[in-house]
Ligand binder design. Structure first.
Ligand SMILES: N[C@@H](CCC(=O)N[C@@H](CS)C(=O)NCC(=O)O)C(=O)O
Length: 265
């Protein structure tokens, strides 16, 4: 039996749960409360020394990094059916999996400089934020979190996030010209790897980011009709949290939109 350490609304957890649902794999669920700091528990950090979710345990094997987990479950339990066999399509899919690192960093930046910032600043003192940042095993990640919370959209990380997201959305839009899914006629590994990130942007009230990329909205709408989306994403959203995220993110949208228009030229 697979064991998945995950968190309800963490985007990287969502994407792995979508993969598990699409393949039809059962798993033993271990839910971490990231707000309470479960990720810093020494027992958990023996599995994932970066103190992040998700982590998949399969017997003796411990797998971290959400894109690698997707690739692993598809290869080991699904005959690699989600990975294109054709040479160019396979390289494209592998590129999306790798690129998720930059896309995740950008989503983390936009989440913590807007909606999450609102709720954290409302409930934590500057000393508590300092203490949280000091717990990150990677000091640069701790400094990033502190900077996002202190400076919001004025953080130096925001410009980089917008550039990476602009490239990713433009490339997704271009790739979707070949079919309703990046995988062609059905969701493939690239669609699964990206759904949680695009979904998060919409939940932050920032769907205007793809106003100039017409194939993204129908792709997201199609995902939201799937049973996997409901099981893996929607069903885990705690009551009231969707409204808080949308309200918190929307407050910052005019400023994000202004910066986005500068990038879009
Ligand atoms: N590149 C990693 C990123 C993992 C990551 O940063 N996960 C976030 C949730 S999406 C996390 O656990 N954050 C812990 C925290 O905010 O303290 C992956 O794709 O698995």
């Amino acid at each position: 039996m697979l064991t998945l350490y995950h968190a309800p609304t963490s985007v990287c957890s969502q994407k792995v749960r979508v993969g598990l649902a699409i393949i039809g794999l059962e798993y033993d669920s271990r839910v971490l409360n990231l707000q309470k700091g479960d990720q810093f528990d020494p027992d958990y950090m023996r599995l994932n020394r970066d103190a992040v979710v998700p982590t998949l345990v399969d017997g003796e094997l411990v797998i971290t990094e959400s894109s690698l987990i997707l690739e692993y479950i598809d290869r080991e339990y699904n005959g690699a059916a989600l990975m294109p066999a054709e040479r160019a399509a396979k390289v494209a899919a592998q590129s999306w999996l790798l690129r998720c690192l930059a896309v995740h960093a950008a989503i983390n930046t936009l989440s913590f400089s807007t909606a999450m910032r609102e709720s954290i600043l409302a409930s934590q003192t500057p000393e508590q934020i300092e203490a949280l940042a000091a717990k990150f095993p990677d000091p640069v990640m701790g400094a990033k979190r502190k900077d996002l919370l202190q400076n919001g959209l004025g953080s130096i990380y925001v410009g980089q996030a917008l550039v990476h997201l602009h490239r990713a959305l433009a490339d997704m839009d271009a790739a979707l010209a070949g079919g309703p899914w990046l995988g062609g006629e059905a969701p493939g590994i690239s669609d699964i790897a990206l759904i949680a990130y695009i979904d998060r942007l919409e939940r932050l009230g920032m769907a205007g980011l793809w106003a100039g990329f017409p194939r993204i909205a129908p792709w997201l709408a199609a995902w939201r009709e799937t049973p996997a989306y409901h099981t893996a994403i929607e069903a885990h959203v705690p009551a009231g949290s969707a409204e808080m995220m949308r309200a918190g993110g929307s407050k910052y949208w005019p400023e994000v939109q202004k910066r986005w228009q500068e990038i879009s030229g």
